[in-house]
Design a protein around this ligand. Structure first.
Ligand code: FPP
Length: 254
């Protein structure tokens, strides 16, 4: 089995610590509103939670951590909040890249980056380049990302690379398609975490979440700490990951 086995084509390896954790960091705005603070304060505190989670995942041996920072749909927010979030990304990248480098973290950003101002795009590329030799933790920030966007761009890239497939669609298979997804280099997430009380996937990695364990917590993202990570990982360990098999088959294969 290859390390990137598709969960629908083969049975991925299973371990106590999730190899890939994907997170929707929700509840920054509500965290702030509850304290009669501007929403910006919640996003700023959200950055501190990102730092805590990156450190803890590195320590626990998680190989891939993917954070949903800005969805394709977040452009619908008031203009001042969008520009605040952009400023926060720029400041965080400028401030944190040295620390990521020290911690052996490889940073990548996925999503349609063409919509971002060129300064931010330049910073992103520089941070990716600077950390590309690291391998302790693969940290991916999904920015202007949407799962449907990803599926469509993968199909476009596949047809551009293999124009012959347009007249032979039967020949299109999961493996050929999957190679063009924006996170083709990562295994599918084992554990998905969403903070803030909502129980939905919100167009995040929708192709890759096919067999991911879904964990929801009412805690707002700025309050998400090591205790919360421990609770999510403990819940993950309690899950029986069958990938379509029966419990009896699973017991036999152990
Ligand atoms: C969702 O909370 C959060 C966001 C849309 C932004 C996430 C950004 C950060 C955590 C900070 C920057 C991160 C990086 C990686 C630099 P919400 O505003 O939707 O909260 P609400 O549902 O309570 O309104």
């Amino acid at each position: 089995m290859t390390t990137l086995a598709s969960s629908t084509l083969a049975i991925p390896q299973n371990a106590d610590v999730p190899r890939h954790v994907a997170v929707i960091m929700d509840g920054n705005g509500r965290w702030a509103t509850r304290r009669f603070l501007p929403r910006a304060a919640g996003h700023a505190r959200g950055v501190q939670a990102v730092r805590r989670v990156v450190e803890a995942c590195g320590k626990y041996g998680v190989e891939y951590l993917t954070l949903f920072a800005f969805s394709s749909e977040n452009w619908r927010r008031p203009e001042d909040e969008v520009s605040l979030l952009m400023r926060l990304f720029v400041q965080t990248l400028e401030k944190e890249v040295d620390k990521l480098e020290e911690q052996g973290v490889r940073l990548r950003v996925v999503g349609d980056l063409s919509a971002f101002e060129s300064r931010l795009q330049t910073l992103i590329h520089a941070a990716e380049k600077r950390t590309e030799h690291n391998s302790t933790l693969n940290l991916t920030i999904a920015a202007n990302y949407g799962g449907r966007w990803d599926i469509l761009q993968a199909m476009k890239r596949l047809l551009r690379a293999r124009p012959d497939l347009a007249s032979d669609p039967q020949a299109i298979d999961e493996a050929a398609f999957g190679e063009h997804l924006s996170m083709a280099w990562a295994p599918e997430p084992d554990l998905f975490i969403r903070t803030g009380g909502e129980q939905r996937v919100s167009n995040f990695l929708i192709w890759q979440l096919a067999y991911t364990e879904l964990y929801f917590t009412d805690e707002y993202w700025p309050d998400f700490d090591v205790k919360e990570i421990d609770a999510a990982f403990e819940w993950y360990r309690s899950r029986e990951r069958r990938f379509g098999r029966t419990s009896a088959q699973l017991a036999q294969s152990r």
